[in-house]
Design a protein. Structure first.
Length: 143
């Protein structure tokens, strides 16, 4: 069950990433940012599921991963572990911006506010989702 669920989470994360790319290419940066944050969030949850960890039912699960990564480093691909701290910082920034993006109409926040974050971080997010998929595969082989 956990493996199937973790693989479904990664598939979902890739779908959010694809949506983010389409939105970015069409200049809809607030929507792209929202999708990219979801891609990061769901991929993190996929890794947690693969580690048989219950994740809290909230958006930010990075603290849970931070707490368990050190004890699980040997089970995870080295490039996943090496990129994790940078990814957590990016994720927390995107989560903060996502709150703005979801309700940009209330504060009349313009698309340009989100553009630089989306453009600068897209390839890093794409890489992290791929690394999460690799981590889930590695965890499934080690069962």
């Amino acid at each position: 069950m956990d493996l199937e669920e973790s693989e479904l989470a990664i598939r979902e994360a890739k779908a959010w990433l694809k949506a983010g790319k389409i939105l970015k290419e069409n200049g809809l940066y607030s929507k792209a940012l929202y999708s990219l944050e979801m891609s990061l969030e769901v991929s993190m949850k996929g890794v947690l599921i693969a580690m048989h960890k219950n994740y809290p039912k909230r958006h930010d699960v990075s603290d849970v991963l931070e707490a368990i990564i050190p004890a699980n480093e040997k089970r995870l691909p080295p490039d996943f572990v090496e990129s994790f701290d940078k990814t957590v910082k990016m994720f927390r920034n995107f989560l903060r911006l996502r709150n703005l993006a979801g309700y940009s109409f209330e504060d009349e926040v313009r698309e340009e506010v989100f553009e630089s974050s989306v453009m600068k971080s897209f390839s890093d997010i794409e890489r992290y989702v791929a690394l999460s998929e690799k981590a889930v595969a590695a965890l499934s082989r080690r069962r």
